[in-house]
Design a protein around this ligand. Structure first.
Ligand SMILES: *Cc1c(COP(=O)(O)O)cnc(C)c1O
Length: 355
């Protein structure tokens, strides 16, 4: 088995959930499990979410919804006990899959309302997504009245999504909140969903009836109240000594300024480790930082282990790639991206473990 292992702390996940419950005690919490639970694996995460009491799951695409439904079916859970919302790709060709697997569509266009009028089933109550300023998905404000007049079925929720919730001072937050509030007159009977993880921290006026929580559960956002839940470790394949002036890795981008010991580890960009962290990223052997030297290759990475005692930096020794000392959010900052991408990039060679 490949030695790269992602260990997910389900207790830390539960503590993150408890934080959101404390912040928004009156809102229903739905778990966003798209992209295989942000790369963590639905097979390990969904059982923990069921333990907590989650009954609503969001995925991005119908095939992800089918996978979640099959996982619930395997536990002999009746389809009607759990709602699986699918954010994208509802149209006449995908509709049969929604009906067969009890997937609830998020409607994003007037034609989709018409399609559900004609072929929807009462057992599933769709959500209606409204565009309030992100300009990515959902009905335009000029369409809201028409949408309301066309609806022949009850909606579960109207929803919208914030573009800048991670920047509390951003003007678009209040503009989107106000636009969302203008929709209420059109859908007076309808429940409301606005905030995802970051939005929950904007305050009670953003909470409404249902939170859609992804990254905050999985610890992929840098916020003092959100805990890291993942540790990625791998093995040292070999350690060698290099001379002063020697180059390391593709492109010879690193030149040693002294005699050094270099560890080659079992991880590369094929496993989702950002190549952008070549000569930048840091890993840990126990509590000692070991910097990446040279370029990140497809399958291996080279580390400067000169300062680590030889019995720890040896063939078969363990290196912590992401963990409490250097989190996925630290790696994201250094790689000029976000924790979400670090997690969802993790490759198939990485074994997921849950404890
Ligand atoms: C991905 C997504 C979420 C979850 O967002 P987080 O920031 O991970 O909590 C919520 N709503 C929509 C529409 C999304 O696309």
């Amino acid at each position: 088995m490949h030695p790269a292992t992602l260990t997910v702390s389900l207790n830390a996940l539960k503590r993150n959930d408890a934080t959101f419950k404390r912040l928004a005690p009156h809102s229903t919490r739905a778990a966003v499990v798209k992209a295989d639970c942000y790369g963590l694996g639905i097979g390990g995460i969904i059982p923990a979410l069921l333990d907590i009491g989650y009954t609503r799951f969001f995925v991005a695409y119908p095939d992800e919804g089918i996978a979640v439904r099959q996982l619930l079916n395997a536990r002999a859970i009746p389809a009607s006990d759990y709602t699986i919302y699918v954010l994208c790709d509802f149209h006449k060709n995908t509709l049969p899959a929604y009906l067969e697997f009890s997937l609830t569509p998020v409607l994003n266009a007037l034609e989709q309302i018409v399609l559900w009028n004609e072929q929807g089933v009462p057992a599933l109550r769709p959500l209606l997504q409204l565009n309030t300023g992100m300009n990515r998905c959902g009905l335009e404000e000029t369409e809201w009245a028409t949408a309301a007049s066309k609806l022949t079925f009850p909606l579960a929720y109207i929803m919208t999504h914030l573009a800048c919730a991670d920047e509390p001072e951003h003007l678009l937050n209040t503009q989107q909140l106000q636009a969302f509030q203008r929709a209420f007159a059109h859908f007076p009977e309808c429940k409301k969903s606005l905030a995802a993880s970051w939005g929950t921290f904007l305050g009670e006026q953003y909470h409404y009836d249902m939170l859609r929580l992804g990254t905050g559960l999985y610890g992929a956002m840098p916020h003092p109240l959100v805990e890291n839940i993942v540790t990625l470790t791998t093995k040292i394949l070999e350690v060698r000594q290099i001379d002063k002036g020697a180059a390391v890795g593709y492109g010879a981008t690193y030149h040693s300024d002294a005699v050094k010991r270099v560890a080659t580890i079992a991880l590369g960009y094929a496993d989702g480790y950002p190549r952008e962290l070549s000569n930048i990223g840091v890993m840990y052997i126990e509590e000692t930082a070991v910097p990446i030297i040279g370029r990140v290759s497809m399958d291996v990475i080279t580390l400067d282990v000169t300062h680590v005692p030889e019995h720890k930096a040896r063939e078969g020794g363990i290196v912590t790639v992401y963990g409490k000392n250097y989190t996925i959010n630290d790696a994201a900052t250094d790689a000029n991206t976000i924790g979400y991408e670090i997690l969802t990039r993790l490759g198939r060679r990485v074994t997921r473990r849950y404890k």
